[in-house]
Unconditional design. Sequence first.
Length: 525
Amino acid sequence: MDNEVFAFGSFRLNPAERLLLDDGKPLRLGSRALEILITLVEHAGETVLKDQLIGRVWPDTVAEECVLRVHIAALRKALGDGRDGNRFIVTVAGRGYIFVAPVAREHQQEIAVLPKRPVGGGNLPTQLTRVIGRAEVIATVVTRIAQQRLLTIVGPGGIGKTTVAVAAARALGGSYPDGVWFVGLASLQDPALLPTAISAVLGSAPGVGDALSSLVAWLWDKRALIILDSCEHVISAAEATADAVLKTAPQVAVLATSREPLRAEGEWLLRLPSLAVPPETGGLTAAEALSFSAVELFNERATATLDSFILADDNIPIALEICRRLDGVPLAIELAAAQLDVLGVRDLAARLDDRLAMLTRGRRTALPRQQTLRATIDWSYGLLSEDEQRFFRALGIFTGGFTVEAAAAVVLDAVKTPCDAIDRLADLVAKSLVVADVSGAQPRFRLLETTRAYAIEKLDESGERERLARRRAEYYCDLLERAEGEAGARSTANGWPTTPAKSTICAPRSTGPFRQMAMDRLRLP
């Protein structure tokens, strides 16, 4: 029997198969949001009462109106309601909702779901989940790669570099008649084979000479976009290959993803931020919280994991805590949401102190380094030299932001001079293991919570934690003493009383017991 299909905008809705397509690609919705959409579309142009919707979506459950509002808000987000002038669902105050977009009814035996292929060929992977919170940065990538021929998307593991690159490349497909080509490098062991790997993907004919020379000779008259994905472990080879391609093939562009820059000539960088997390002001409703992309992702993945999950006002504070403590990193949020069917929201939040051991349920088809949170950071840590590893894990002793001076003073045996500390910090910032804030008069640095948990674990394994904690305490006590002395000197110079006020945090060295007590309080992170 034919299936009735509803077409509106770029969407096709097949209620019989419970399938929603956006421009030919499956759009994942929770079962309840999909049921709401089916009901509204079936009655397009009519007011569907709230009680009618609740009765159809929750036939055997008592559901509050606020729960319906949350699902409506999520549905609007998924459809892009309000963006680019598109309107789909309108609220009828006090009554219900109307689906206002024009709807066409089609009859067909089957809907074929075929990935869109870029003009002229290509091999872009099909994205099976909706890209959340990245519309602006994708638009930036599209604009920049059209102007600059080498763009590298940089960020820590799990931040979504590949997702953004593929989405941007799909939007750019029509600009490259010779195709958009995705070259995954994560499994490449020998950097010398990188040109061969690219040639294998492009299907370029073998030529005379080495593989790189043959590749660039084949590309010289092509207009194509090449994505080099996961370059960090073959960074020198990626830099050399990109440089040779861009200098020889003037119509080829390269979009790279890496945990550190290629440092190639003409390279432009786009450091990918975390998803947006609400500030710690409190008082947000579920609908308000869903306007932040980290919460939106958590809600969508949680609903996919646990069909009965409802993001409501009573559990919003816990969901926000989870998103904040995971720094808005998409992979960490997805791994956390995958645990909801076992732990529930409250227990999940309570166990985040042990996140490296807990967040292990990644997709079976994912790369090994993306199946657990620990494996993701292991990959970056393993690419560091022994000295860099020692310096990195020592930074875990800082509970918040820190300066170059603090890093140099506390990590004395990992660096020789403050200049060494600057160089090491710059390297770790470049490799996306340390976050730099240069907005103030003095740059400050920090580790993401998950990264710091990993560093502390490595400190414990090395037996260095207690010694570094004491050194950190001594540094801050000395810092407070110097500040107190300088304040007293300024007071004398300005005619104020010369008796210095005692520090309430750390007494001078001459009062040993007080200093020791302050150090004991500062010691352990």
